[in-house]
Design a protein around this ligand. Structure first.
Ligand SMILES: [Zn+2]
Length: 230
């Protein structure tokens, strides 16, 4: 692997982690996974200069808070930025870059927008900073870990959609459409859809149980009600 010298402000290789080099091998597994999943080149941030985009972002930020709670994190652990040339990606600090074109294309498809955001939040990138373990030995080990991590994120996305009372099918259809090519860090789209649907079934059970046992709590979590600050 060719090491690209640290020319950026952070000195981080913009083309991916350099985990095969000597110094990087000594880093914790958590840091390596963090670099691999969240250390990619960040898309350019854009200003929100029109009312439609602003309204879309406001709505998405309300869901960002609900999703953070569902993931077991604080609302402030995440932020959303409008960006260019991406669907969505999250960095190691919990900032989710949401693509402008994606946001506008799916302006009327809340299930897809929230499902994609839920996947990103489901990665819970800050958590990896505390993950202390030996470094993986091979590229394959790291890729296997990343696939597992993607699976967690997909499962969470399905569960969150159910808990919020949204539909899962639009997200599955979207995923099948965007992930046509095999990728070493992802399972196939067909398998990912299975995982998302498993998560959805799990979330629906929880949602139904909560509705029965704790109707007031269920209302607070539901997509139609604001969570407030409670
Ligand atoms: Zn992911």
């Amino acid at each position: 692997m060719t090491r690209v010298g640290g020319t950026g402000i952070s000195g981080k290789n913009p083309y991916g982690p350099t985990w095969t080099t000597g110094t990087k091998q000594a880093e914790s597994l958590g840091k390596q996974v963090q670099d691999e999943l969240f250390g990619k080149k960040k898309p350019r941030e854009l200003d929100t200069d029109d009312a439609t985009l602003t309204a879309q972002l406001v709505r998405l930020r309300a869901f960002q808070k609900k999703l953070a709670r569902l993931a077991g994190d604080d609302e402030d652990d995440y932020a959303i930025a409008l960006a260019e040339g991406t669907i969505a990606m999250i960095d190691a600090r919990g900032k989710v870059y949401v693509g402008k074109r994606f946001l506008l294309t799916f302006a009327d498809a809340l299930d897809v927008q929230v499902g994609v955001l839920a996947h990103e939040i489901g990665h819970r990138p800050k958590r990896w900073a505390d993950y202390k373990s030996a470094a993986p030995r091979t590229r394959e080990d790291l890729e296997r870990l990343c696939r597992t991590e993607e699976t967690y994120a997909d499962y969470f996305a399905g569960r969150a959609l159910a808990e919020l009372g949204l539909r899962v099918e639009p997200l599955c259809a979207f995923l099948a459409a965007v992930q046509e090519q095999p990728h070493p860090e992802y399972f196939s789209a067909a398998l990912r859809v299975e995982v998302i649907k498993d998560g959805f079934a799990d979330g629906r059970r929880k949602h139904e149980l909560r509705k029965k046992m704790f109707p007031e709590l269920a209302k607070r979590v539901s997509a139609k009600h604001d969570l407030g600050n409670g």
